[in-house]
Design a protein around this ligand. Structure first.
Ligand code: RI2
Length: 298
């Protein structure tokens, strides 16, 4: 897919999910390079992709890493440098995709026989964990919030159901009632951005679910590849919370609509974060950033 096509599909959410947009952006830059782009052209392509959606830091992280690789080869003989750079980008994409396997293994270990779980939105990371635990022979129930306004919960329900997982759809406002009356033990959510202080940005409604989890005594577990940790937050930068079109919420001419796509869950409501490097407390986010983003932090 070309850079403009990829940016358009990310913007329209035809390509969505924080990890997937990171992978597709790296692939678009890889294709640009295959088609003969210079370093400066790659930088411009990166700008186009970066502007596609504002909140998930996996997108700029992925683009910036590919450009960092390109920069390190920029002064070398292109005949030698280009295949090396392509190999490096391909290795980076494989590692991004491969991170899911380790997270699925560690996350599945956290699920116990007879558990009742709840999730919100559609996180591929979370569904991989649940499918792995089910394949391991554990039997548990999942309640999935529908996730207004775009109903990504429907994707979660169909995906889990197709692999036999016992999943039930609920409306978002039924989350607290379900936690109490169905004895939810653990909440698994994905992430779009993790700040250096351990706060987590995820789909709108996640912070309400975290509050109700805390109140009802359920564990709140964030599942994310390290590509979603924000090196910018180390320097005090916050991400823009995407606001999407009013028409996603309602077609009511003349009515004011506020449609934020994400919210921030404070680290105090997060019990643990499952990454490809292991299960960590939110307070360890800065360590992840130092280990994984040294190239960017300087
Ligand atoms: P994975 C999604 O955002 C959701 O917020 C989800 O929790 C997060 O990305 C992580 O997704 P959107 O693209 O990388 O639906 O775990 O706005 O698939």
């Amino acid at each position: 897919m070309s850079v403009s096509e990829t940016a358009e599909k990310i913007n329209s959410m035809e390509v969505r999910g924080a990890l997937r947009i990171a992978v597709e952006a790296a692939r678009a830059l890889e294709e640009e390079l295959v088609n003969g782009a210079s370093y400066d052209e790659l930088v411009r392509a990166g700008d186009v992709l970066r502007d596609a959606r504002p909140t998930a830091v996996s997108l700029p992280n992925s683009i910036n890493y590919v450009l960092h690789l390109a920069e390190s080869h920029k002064d070398n003989d292109p005949v030698v440098a280009k295949p090396m750079l392509l190999a490096d980008i391909s290795d980076f994409i494989s590692k991004l995709e491969g991170s899911l396997d380790k997270i699925a293994e560690y996350g599945a270990n956290l699920i116990e026989e007879g558990d009742v779980l709840l999730t919100i939105c559609n996180s591929h990371t979370v569904t991989e964990i649940m499918k792995r635990a089910w394949a391991d022979g554990k039997r548990f129930k999942v309640y999935a919030c529908e996730t207004r306004p775009r109903l990504q919960g429907h994707i979660t329900v169909k995906d889990l159901q197709a692999t036999g997982v016992d999943v039930t759809l609920i409306v978002d406002s039924a989350a607290y009632h379900t936690m109490i009356h169905k004895d939810v033990k653990k909440v698994f959510v994905g992430a779009d951005t993790v700040y250096s202080n351990g706060d987590v940005i995820n789909k709108i409604g996640t912070s309400q679910v975290a509050l109700t989890a805390k109140h009802s005594g359920a564990e709140f577990i964030v599942c994310t590849s390290s590509i979603k940790f924000s090196p910018f937050s180390v320097h005090g930068e916050v991400v823009e919370i995407e606001e999407r079109d009013a028409s996603e919420v309602a077609e009511l001419p003349g009515v004011k609509v506020f449609n934020p796509a994400f919210d921030i869950t404070p680290k105090e409501h997060v019990n643990m974060i499952v990454t490809e490097d292991g299960v960590i407390p939110p307070e360890a986010a800065y360590q992840v950033l130092k280990d994984r983003f040294g190239w960017s932090l300087g």
